[in-house]
Design a protein around this ligand. Sequence first.
Ligand SMILES: [Zn+2]
Length: 367
Amino acid sequence: MTSTRCVHTIDGPVSGSASVSKEYHSTAPCGTAVLLLPAFFICATLDIDMDYTAVTHTTTDRRLGRLPSGRDVSVTVHRYVGGPGPTVYIQAAQHGIELNGPAALRRLHDRLTDAAIAGTVLVVPVVNQLAFDHRSYMTPGEYDVMNPNLNRVWPGDECGSLQKQFAARLWELVQDADAAVDLHTGTADMLEHVRCRAGDPAAERLAEAFGTSYRLTDRPEDNGGDGSSGTFRAATAEAGIPVITAELSNSRRIAQDAVAAGVDGIQNLLRARAVLPSEPEPQAAQTVLRNDAEPVTASESGLFECRPDIAVGDTVDAGERLGTVYEPASFEKQEVVTATERGVIFSLARESVVVKGERLAGIAIPR
Ligand SMILES: [Zn+2]
């Protein structure tokens, strides 16, 4: 750690010399009911005496679970603690190829360690170490055949599959937060945007403060009726915690503009929650889109040739041709791909070899 206030320990600030220790899994037996109390939204400007004090930074190795070999899997948790105030939880790299989130959080670290804040910022830069180390989007099935996508298992289950156990351990941090941010990275063919639940003013304020040009909103019923889709955002919103997902293009590499958008967005969000003392910087009006249109999927397998004159951000009409799927060996046309609804294209297939049922485009409807 670079700061003399930085220590590496178990629970919160420890004075004196740095030490290294680990958090271990709770010993609650399988089958024990775990009551997850909703974290109530705390408006820093109403209920808490804000006291901006110099940050104390600590890091913790938090044990999430055990691999078949017996080796533990743990993640690094950063805690930036100031005076009394709200707690904001931020995580990145649920998907192992999404690198701009961790890069943005390294820059956030540099800004927070010398800051005075009110409240606590919890940061987990690499949530999914297994996928990260394998340079894969999802966790390899060898580790969890039941749930390879970490972002489908929230709020987790301490007696569930490996990744459900991971999520349950992290949820112990999330459930006490007053706001949460989940950093993702789209492909080059996805609009940079934030996502939040429609009709959740606190989440919408977070999204506005984050400041991307586009905001995609969805309703609880778009996530399985009660947030049961298992995404971090759905589970956290269902627990009553304002939450946003940020999609920072591009994946697999560090894109400096995306990193800057991420760290500036979080800093402004922390100002909006009064964790940082200055007023949030005003952002340009976001284009708000509803994320409830049917995605465009391939009805045939083959080689997808996208229309060359369309790109993400374009508005298309229902039924408008987006491209064609060909059989590459016989040259036969398999399918004319058309837009499901009138709206803005926010994602387009990057890989041209497609199989039946694969998503080719995402369309969102202006609100
Ligand atoms: Zn992702």
